[in-house]
Design a protein. Structure first.
Ligand SMILES: Cc1ncc(C[n+]2csc(CCOP(=O)(O)OP(=O)(O)O)c2C)c(N)n1
Ligand SMILES: Cc1ncc(C[n+]2csc(CCOP(=O)(O)OP(=O)(O)O)c2C)c(N)n1
Ligand SMILES: [Mg+2]
Ligand SMILES: [Mg+2]
Lengths: 373, 336, 373, 336
């Protein structure tokens, strides 16, 4: 019953962990080597990152409730998965994500206002992908896994030692694209990491509808080694990502990581999870909070003091303030933006429509007897 | 007769179809407990069971492909595509299987599959949530395509689509889901107007304005506004987009001599082109001006703060009417 | 490294076998029980089936070479995979296949002329699927696996104990459809059998391009049990299919079978395999011929005599003759057939085009000054 | 100048593009050792290596999606779709990613992807091997679509498509692969006629006949045949299907007053509808008759023994010309 070279570590109940729910550091022979160098100071930094992205998330959710954003997809509960993985990357790695990876974008160095642009409805993408080496959010479920695979093929062709990372959800694993991405990645042995955040829900559908067995097990069938880690354990996620990156950088080909976590909020601010899920489930997962357990661990060792916590919370509030200011400061796009950049080169069909529309708009200013658009 | 929202009318039509025929089943993403992201299937899983209202894994090709297999076995699947922009992973199964199997098998295998697609913009959503992909399907031989514009049609036509032995794309104007209207429930389908007939929703003499789905009510507003201005617009709700009921459009254009078509989809290669071409073929000698298209631009659907520029609205429709009439007050000038 | 309940038997080198290349009957604890009841007489019937479908294949290939068929996709070398699996089925099971499963269609009871109709260009499908409970050949690679899964969902809803079988190739495993079919089949636990004929080639592409690991391994990642059998061993294929059918009929859900075989001929009669594959490879596989080994086994036990072999060959020739006669007797379709059955109900667009075209054609008979169509 | 087949000309153009730019790479099914089922990429893997001429696993969505990723990294992928009918599994990636990424990212990410599609019928193949899906793409904003009709254009335009910073669907009329023609190789692309310009391939005064791809040579034959009959047909090879070079068509129709469009794709919603509608808008006062469409029927592509009935041929084109001229010898009658 072996599967060639590709095996899955952490299947079944024994999902890999380095920090327990209660904040106790446990050791794991496979993961430990990958985080042996992580100092308490660095762990505090990871804690801080998680606090900040949660604060960003709370602020954005508030902005949506206040009508300043059209929509927001909260990451609440998934901070460790996003920070642990993103902080393992180098600047020259390239990320392809879905809409929910705002924590990853934060780590990549996104400008806060850019983070919010799409969700306010100002633009279809917020930032320049080449500035932070991260593609803008993908809405078509799973499509980005193929982009990451293609990008990784490009890395391979260029002889570089960077990696491409595809972030996607548990629901996405059912899409043909994600499975085809594994076929191509395995066939070409390209440096791509399939990072699946199993947050247990795809809108209203529980992960068990997508698969009866752990998602990490999917990869072995494509000849891709995988790890199944506690996605609420920032250290375990960091270690797993380093494992996958090491494989990628050394020509070892693709890897698959299932980060087992939980979407504590709604799917988006437009969703009402009380319609489909049990409140008890949420309570159970609150007890596994990714931030609380690191705090507990660091507090126990004295590496994190109440004063530091306050300082970090204040810093996070500062970020939230900046986010809000950036959001409210966004100016509406000009009408011409509707026509800009459809093509890289001039297009006669579109030029005609644009001229026509300009004339039409101009007519209103000339003739004020008709209502304005 | 009762008053209900558009969304509720579809729900009632689905319920009736399921009651009438045990072979009808619903499938899609989040249609069960959640009742769909728009709540169109609200309560149906509870009442008919999880075997008849099936939450599927997240894969549109598989939704369409398994519907084909179910149809092979005599079922009548009704598939929900969550948003217009998510239909494309299922495109291959729709175009190569759903549309072609009846022809391929010389009529031995029927494909009575209904594909429900909430479509169109105006709801302030991000990319892929506001598209109007109908022209891809009206150009696909073997499919029937309808778009509903009011609660009564929504109710009756979902029943007709499900009862039809051909595959039907059923487009729902999502921004009208909360519009209310009178709906006569029940009733024999044989007595209802054919799903394929167009309907004149406002009589007029100067210009024929053809549209469907979300823009029918905008077109009616335009007709009202134009009337104040002394222009009499005849508004036709196509209801069926493939085939188009050209007899109704033709008869109108023969009287008015002028045609304006409006839809949200991009202009080039949109349904408006097909209608303009066909009506020109049929009524060339009656036309006093070239048919005018008032449509979305040839752009990907824009960010929501820009959608008001993209979507035809009352003013742009009236401008199109002015162009068709050759009136100098056209905002955009008369050069076609 | 376990994978939940789903395991794969026969992975790696140890592909399951009951008859060796040389025609020696070996036993296998997992498979033996499934064919314990197969008598020598029945094995001779399987031998005969294989001889006949090979003869059909040769005749069809010849018909193509002679210009009587537009195209033909030979099954040469895959007789055991097709006969062993198809003979395990009941009439009320339903088959969804690709273009190459002419041996399966034969077992389902297809009319010989119906087998050839598509390849002569007379129609887009040859037979009534409901008459032999087998869909007509699918050309879109992998698409039929979803149809089988949906059909199986219908079986489940009807409470029947039949099964749906999807036949597909090694190349097909890369398509999103096939992987999505496994997702749905596993999620709903429907009675479907994924029967993959790994004939080592997808046109010019070797199976190693699609996957570095055995294809049967793919299934476990979806939670679907699989078997990897010698596809040139008709008994092993029969046993594996019975195993899968038993699971299907008893509510055990989907199964996956990889039948390891070889496409000894070209992809289709339009293909030239010398451009891409080594002649030695073909020679190696000739030594594993599915028919020769059964013959050797049966001859050794005396169950198959030279006289019987002659009789069977003669019967096969008879079938070939019927096939040829049926082929040559096919009358060209009438022009109106081009418009028939696009829709089940009248369609105004098409009716107009048909009327128009009829008038156009009629014009030629009326007016003979213009060239005829 | 050398004489070569259509197929060979594409091969030479691909070779030149690969020599000129190391970022150009080819990907597709069976394009390596086999050189593609039509041998269009023959010898290229041998000469450029398996890293630049990539045999991919059998999955069209992945071909398109990995091409997107390669484009992100600065490559210029040229993807071969084996046959027209196999493009649909890749439709989602084409429509939602290839077409939209430049717009989505406000021009930051370029998608210089060329998608080669052998298209059209007339080769006696089974289903899915003879389709003309171009209208799905001409209606998709963000894509450019071209169709080539002769070896010189095939050579030059594949180079132009690859050099273009926008995604280009490049349709190859597979039944013309063995047609020979003179090809001038090399040459600066800046000196070649724009990929987007239409070309008048036969001058005429009575009717404008517009087509592209495989039917250009049929249209020329029709013009020759009509000349014997005293009818002067101007034939325009569109070359670019999106955008259409309407200036050239418009100028012609202003002179002839009559327009016939012919293509193999189904009529309803086909490119012919778009052209008829746009030319009617632009030249209404110059038109002496309604534009006529001579096209494939609204049917799935039929079995090969029936394809002669489906495909427009010389006689059907001439019949269309007669209709445009209002001539009583039209076989199909004048009722539009
Ligand atoms: C192709 C496609 N189908 C459907 C949708 C609608 N949709 C948006 S998010 C979502 C659920 C995704 O779940 P998962 O992959 O688990 O990611 P999560 O939202 O949990 O992060 C669905 C069905 C979509 N965006 N794209
Ligand atoms: C979607 C799609 N893509 C491409 C093709 C062209 N094609 C026909 S057969 C084939 C190879 C199939 O290989 P495999 O699945 O191993 O089956 P086999 O032919 O070996 O039986 C290809 C690429 C197709 N028919 N459908
Ligand atoms: Mg999820
Ligand atoms: Mg094969």
């Amino acid at each position: 019953m072996g599967h060639g070279e590709a095996g899955t570590a952490g299947q079944g109940q024994d999902m890999l962990q380095l920090i327990t729910d209660k904040g106790v550091r446990v050791s794991h022979p496979e993961l430990d080597p990958y985080i042996a160098d992580v100092t308490d100071e660095e762990l505090v930094k990871l804690y801080e990152d998680m606090v900040v992205v949660r604060r960003i998330d709370t602020e954005a959710t508030a902005l949506q409730r206040q009508g300043e954003l059209a929509l927001w997809p909260p990451l609440l509960g998934q901070e460790a998965s996003q920070i642990g993985s993103a902080r393992a990357l180098r600047p020259d790695d390239f990320v392809f994500s879905s809409y929910r990876e705002n924590g990853v974008a934060y780590c990549r160095g996104v400008d806060l206002t850019d983070l919010i642009r799409v969700w306010r409805g100002n633009a279809s993408s917020g930032w320049d992908p080449y500035e932070i080496n991260m593609a803008t959010p993908q809405i078509i479920i799973g499509a980005q896994t193929l982009h990451a695979t293609g990008y990784a093929l490009g890395i391979q062709q260029d002889g570089a030692d960077s990696a491409a990372v595809a972030y996607f959800g548990d629901g996405a694993t059912s899409e043909g694209d994600v499975n085809e991405a594994m076929v191509f990645a395995a066939s070409f042995q390209v440096p791509v990491i399939f990072f699946c955040q199993n947050n247990h829900w795809a809108i209203s559908e529980p992960v068990g509808l997508q698969s009866h067995i752990p998602l990490a097990g999917r990869a072995a069938g494509f000849g891709i080694p995988s790890m199944r880690v506690d996605g609420n354990d920032v250290l375990a996620v960091l270690a797993a990502t380093r494992w996958a990156l090491e494989r990628a950088r050394s020509g070892g080909g693709p890897s698959f990581i299932e980060a087992v976590t939980y979407r504590m909020g709604p799917h988006t601010t437009a969703d009402d999870p009380t319609r489909y899920r049990d409140a008890n489930e949420l309570e159970d997962w609150r007890a596994k909070d990714p931030i609380a357990r690191v705090a507990a661990l660091l507090e126990a060792s004295g590496a994190l003091t109440p004063a530091m916590e306050e300082q970090i919370a204040a810093a996070a509030d500062g970020v939230a303030k900046d986010l809000r200011a950036g959001c409210l400061g966004l100016v509406d796009p000009e009408p011409e933006a509707v026509f800009a950049h459809v093509y890289a080169t001039p297009n006669s069909w579109l030029e005609r429509q644009q001229e026509h529309y300009s004339r039409y708009l101009a007519g209103f200013s000339a003739d004020t007897t008709e209502g304005s658009n | 007769m009762s008053t209900m929202t558009f969304g509720r009318a579809i729900n009632a039509g689905l319920r009736k179809a399921m009651e009438d025929d045990p072979k009808v089943l619903l499938m899609g993403e989040d249609i069960g407990k959640l009742g769909g992201v728009f709540r169109i299937t609200d309560g149906l899983q509870k009442d008919f069971g999880a075997h008849r209202v099936i939450d599927t894994p997240l894969a549109e090709a598989a939704i369409m492909g398994t519907a084909v297999g179910l149809a092979y076995r005599g079922f009548r699947p009704v598939c929900e595509i969550q948003f217009d922009g998510f239909i494309y992973p299922g495109f291959d199964q729709i175009v190569c299987q759903v549309a072609k199997l009846h022809y391929r098998t010389q009529g031995r295998v029927k494909m009575p599959i209904t594909i429900r697609v909430p479509f169109g913009g105006g709801i302030g959503s991000p990319e892929h949530h506001s598209e109007s992909p109908e022209a891809y399907f009206t150009h696909t031989s073997g499919l029937r395509v309808v778009a509903v514009s009011n609660p009564q049609d929504a109710y009756t036509m979902i029943r007709q689509a499900i009862a039809c032995d051909d595959p039907v794309l059923y487009f729902e104007p999502k921004r009208r889901y909360h519009t209310k209207g009178e709906v006569e429930e029940g009733g024999a389908l044989s007595l209802a107007p054919s799903m394929e007939s167009a309907r004149t929703v406002a009589a007029g003499t100067d210009v024929t304005l053809v549209t469907y789905g979300p823009l029918v009510s905008t077109a009616l507003d335009a007709a009202t506004a134009a009337a104040d201005d002394g222009v009499s617009i005849e508004v036709i709700d196509l209801r069926s987009l493939a085939p188009v009921d050209y007899a109704v459009v033709e008869a109108s254009v023969r009287r008015t001599g002028r045609l304006v078509i409006t839809h949200e989809a991009a202009q080039s290669g949109g349904l408006g082109a097909e209608i303009a071409a066909s009506i020109t073929e049929r009524c060339f000698n009656f036309l006093e001006a070239a048919p005018v298209r008032v449509t979305g631009f040839d752009i990907p659907y824009p960010a929501s703060k820009l959608e008001k520029h993209h979507l035809p609205d009352l003013d742009r429709i009236l401008d199109g009417v002015d162009r068709a009439l050759g009136r100098p007050n056209s905002q955009s000038g008369l050069e076609g």
